[in-house]
Design a protein around this ligand. Structure first.
Ligand code: DOR
Length: 350
C-alpha cells in the first residue's frame, strides 16, 4: 500500500547478511531490525567457518539471544567436511543453504573451494532435499589468466551455467551481482536460478572505491553501465532478482587500509539504514514502485518463505522524511563506520 508520502512493506527480508560473532555481533545483529528487516539470511564465513549442523544451530541460538524478533535462516560453508549425510541432517534441522567461497577472494575465504567437481555428491543431496546453493561468483585474481577484481565475476559465470545445467532442480543464487554480464546470464537461465543485488552496488562504481577503502567490498563495484544493468533489472521488476545487502562490518582501522590485494576487510556496512537507503536509491532511478517486490516478495517466493497472515502484520512503514545518516555505530569498544555516513536519505522508518 502506498501514497506519495508513505510506503508500507510486508516483512522485508535481507537474503544475504554478515552478523559476525562475539562483541561485533552484539553491535550489528540488532541493526537488522533497526534497518527495517524481519528476516536475515545469515552468512557462515566466521572464524572458524560454520561447517556443521551443530555449529549452525548454536550460532542461530546466539543470534536469537541478541534479537529474538528476527527470523534467521542459516547456511553452511562449503568445505571438504560437508558430506551428503550432513546435508540431509542440516535440512532436517531447518538449515536452508550452503555458501560457496572460491578460495582467497574475500573475507574468511581461506578455507574456500578450488573446484566444484568434488562437491557434486553434496549438490546432488542438496537438490534432493531442496537446499539452496549460494555462490560467491568470482575467480581468484591471477596474472596468468588476466584475472583481476574487475573481470573476476564475468570469468566466473561459466561455472554458474555449468552447475545449473548439471543440477537443473538445484536452487542456486548468484550472490551480490555487479555486472551486466551477470544480470544477462541469470536472466537466460531457468527459474531455479536467482540473484541477489546489494544496495551499495546500486550506488557505487569503480570511481567510488579506488582510493576510498570504506567503499571497498567484494565483488568490487564496476562500471557505470554495469550499475545501470542492476538498476534496469529492478525497474523491470524481474522476480528472480532480490535484495541481499551483503552488509559486512569491519573494525574501522582494518577498513582504513583495505585493498584488493588484501581482501581481509572487504565490506560495506548498510544494515542499520538498509530499508530507507534502498527506498532512496530505487526512487533515484525510478523504481520505487518495485520496492516491495525487491525487498520482500521476490526473495521470499524464491526461498518458499512467503509472508503469512501473522507476518503481514509485521509490516514496516516508510515515510518521506529526510534524515542524516550517523557516521559511526558503536557498542562499548566496538565501532563500525556506516555507508552513506553524514549524507541525507529521503525516507525514514516510522
Ligand atoms: O563476500 C564478501 C564477504 C564480506 C565479509 O566481510 O564477510 N564482505 C564483502 O564485501 N564481500
Amino acid at each position: 500500500m502506498s501514497s506519495d508520502e508513505v510506503i508500507r512493506i510486508a516483512s522485508p527480508a535481507d537474503f544475504h547478511v554478515h552478523l559476525r560473532q562475539g562483541r561485533l555481533s552484539a553491535l550489528v545483529t540488532p541493526h537488522v531490525r533497526k534497518g527495517g528487516f524481519t528476516l536475515a539470511y545469515v552468512m557462515p564465513n566466521l572464524k572458524p567457518p560454520i561447517t556443521s549442523t551443530e555449529q549452525a544451530l548454536a550460532y542461530k541460538g546466539d543470534l536469537e539471544a541478541l534479537d529474538p524478533d528476527v527470523e534467521y535462516l542459516m547456511t553452511l560453508y562449503l568445505s571438504p567436511e560437508l558430506t551428503p549425510d550432513e546435508i540431509r541432517k542440516a535440512s532436517r534441522a531447518g538449515i536452508v543453504g550452503v555458501k560457496s567461497y572460491p578460495r582467497g577472494v574475500t573475507t574468511n575465504s581461506d578455507g574456500g573451494i578450488e573446484s566444484y567437481e568434488p562437491y557434486y555428491p553434496v549438490f546432488e543431496a542438496m537438490q534432493e532435499v531442496g537446499m539452496v546453493l549460494n555462490l560467491h561468483g568470482e575467480i581468484p585474481s591471477n596474472p596468468a589468466t588476466n584475472t583481476c577484481v574487475l573481470n573476476a565475476e564475468p570469468q566466473f559465470l561459466p561455472h554458474l551455467v555449468s552447475l545449473h545445467v548439471r543440477f537443473p532442480r538445484l536452487r542456486i543464487v548468484l550472490e551480490h551481482a555487479t555486472t551486466r554480464a551477470a544480470v544477462e546470464t541469470v536472466k537466460s537461465l531457468g527459474d531455479t536460478v536467482g540473484c541477489t543485488i546489494t544496495a551499495h552496488h546500486l550506488s557505487l562504481t569503480v570511481d567510488d572505491w579506488a582510493g576510498q577503502s570504506f567503499h571497498f567490498c567484494k565483488p568490487v563495484a564496476k562500471y557505470p553501465d554495469d550499475r545501470e544493468a542492476l538498476q534496469e533489472v529492478i525497474r523491470e521488476g524481474h522476480p528472480r532478482f532480490f535484495l541481499g545487502s551483503d552488509s559486512a562490518p569491519h573494525p574501522p582501522a582494518a577498513k582504513a587500509t583495505a585493498t584488493p590485494t588484501d581482501a581481509c576487510a572487504a565490506g560495506v556496512y548498510t544494515s542499520p539504514i538498509l530499508l530507507p537507503l534502498t527506498a532512496h536509491l530505487l526512487e533515484s532511478f525510478g523504481a520505487l514502485d518495485k520496492l516491495e517486490g525487491f525487498v520482500s516478495t521476490f526473495g521470499r517466493k524464491f526461498y518458499g518463505k512467503e509472508v503469512t497472515g501473522t507476518e503481514s502484520q509485521a509490516s514496516v512503514t516508510l515515510r518521506k522524511k529526510k534524515t542524516t545518516v550517523d557516521k559511526v555505530w558503536a557498542l562499548e569498544t566496538e565501532e563500525v563506520v556506516s555507508f552513506w555516513a553524514g549524507k541525507e536519505l529521503n525516507w525514514s522508518l516510522e
